[in-house]
Design a protein around this ligand. Structure first.
Ligand code: PMT
Length: 400
């Protein structure tokens, strides 16, 4: 099999320079990339750069190399088209099926998955015309990544920033792996919690756990690549924001509960992959707790934290919502998982074994997904993304 063929469409925005990094990641990971810039994109990064980095000639118009019919061939032969950055103008032309340059011709002839990574000023992103164009493209099966929030051109900040190239690359990788499968979470809002809560004892110390957040981030990334609007509630992770995902940072279990309940009010699915502390210190010492000569330390009194998973499973903030929990077990893994599923009353419970160096922080996971309907789906050892995809497969079945 030859290298997967990727078309990188680049439209005319200042973020075009970031597409060079995306191009490099795609070529270095074994993809054959053809860059198709718009004429305005070349005001920001010249054809020589795209050509040198991709190893292919670069053209913006349908009139070059006419005998090779590039306006049809490039799209027909592609395994993936990614447009990054996608300006408001390019989204509009794509949504309306215009074909006035090589990129829009390519988009019309492509039968492979298409990913748009928009970048523009917040006002343009929020304009009803752009909203409708994005909705049209999503309805037709394209993955339109939500822009990031942050510094835009000049002094402006807001939503509209191109996500980091490494994260756009992850979306491309996931979409390519799924092939022509429909983005089956398009139009859905999903909430994922990730990481481990920290319950402060004093300004210096906390009670915490070993969760890195990798499993939750894999769930967020894979959901975004399947077209979902994703809210990721991240507790103490320190991981880069996945592309197209709204990230809400929290610290404690109480903060996590607040953020999950707020986001869950209009969510189609909630997946609780975060390791949430069951208890927190009853009192918070304003100053660092000191050791006292000749005295035993004071015992730490704990109080219970709210059980967020049990609460949303019971209340279902939105009717028909699918609720997924995780169970981190060290012994009697499946038996404890089955008991936990009943107690938490969620629809699916992903039971995984954990230990000091098992599952926490690793790139891989292995689990059995228990269903409230009595189903048991084993997921063999593999990347956390593979487990995440399986979770979404089961969620999609229940949503439909
Ligand atoms: O982050 P990684 O390093 O990638 O590791 C992944 C993981 C091991 C953290 C993840 O796969 C996992 O198992 N997450 C759940 C950890 C956990 O808190 O398990 P639990 O069995 O204690 O809780 C069961 C469920 O109830 C979980 O969905 C948890 O989010 C939820 N819970 C727990 C306590 C609480 N007070 N409120 C809750 O909602």
């Amino acid at each position: 099999m030859g290298k997967p063929k990727v078309v990188l469409g680049v439209s005319g925005g200042i973020a075009a320079y970031k597409a060079c990094e995306l191009l490099r990641r795609l070529t270095e990971s074994g993809h054959d990339v053809r860059v198709v810039p718009t004429a305005s994109a070349l005001h920001f990064v010249g054809a020589a750069t795209w050509s040198a980095l991709s190893g292919h000639p670069v053209s913006t118009e349908v009139w070059d190399d006419v005998h090779e019919v590039p306006h049809v061939r490039i799209g027909q032969q592609a395994d993936l088209v990614v447009v990054a950055p996608a300006t408001a103008d390019t989204l509009a032309r794509a949504a309306h099926g215009l074909a006035d340059d090589l990129l829009t011709n390519t988009l019309l002839t492509a039968r492979c998955p298409v990913v748009f990574a928009p970048a523009m000023h917040t006002e343009m992103w929020e304009h009803p015309a752009t909203r409708e164009n994005v909705a049209t493209l999503r309805r037709r099966g394209a993955v339109v990544i939500e822009p990031a929030v942050g510094r835009l051109t000049g002094v402006d900040t807001g939503k509209g920033r191109l996500p980091e190239p490494a994260e756009i690359f992850e979306v491309c990788r996931r979409v390519l792996a799924r092939g022509v499968a429909e983005p089956d979470l398009a139009g859905r809002h999903v909430v994922v919690s990730a990481g481990g809560t920290r319950e402060p004892l004093d300004p210096v110390r906390f009670l915490g756990n070993r969760s890195s957040g990798k499993q939750g981030y894999a769930l967020a990334r894979t959901a975004a690549a399947r077209g979902a609007r994703v809210t990721l509630i991240a507790a103490n992770t320190g991981l880069p924001d996945p592309a197209g995902v709204d990230v809400v940072q929290v610290g404690t279990a109480v903060q996590l509960r607040e953020a999950v309940l707020k986001a869950a009010s209009d969510a189609d699915a909630v997946v609780m992959a975060a390791a949430v502390a069951d208890f927190r210190p009853a009192a918070y010492a304003q100053g660092k707790i000191k050791k006292k000569d000749g005295q035993e330390p004071d015992p730490i009194v704990l109080v219970r934290n709210p059980d967020i998973l049990a609460e949303i499973s019971a209340d279902r903030p939105r009717p028909g919502q699918v609720i997924v929990g995780f169970a981190a077990e060290t012994d009697d893994v499946l038996a404890n998982g089955r008991t936990k599923l009943k107690r938490k009353a969620c629809d699916l419970l992903v039971v995984n074994e954990v230990g000091e160096r098992k599952t926490f922080g690793s790139e891989e996971n292995e689990a059995v997904i228990l269903g409230a309907d009595g189903s048991e789906t084993p997921v063999p050892p593999g990347p956390k993304e593979a487990l995440a995809e399986k979770v979404w497969d089961l969620v999609v079945t229940r949503l439909n």
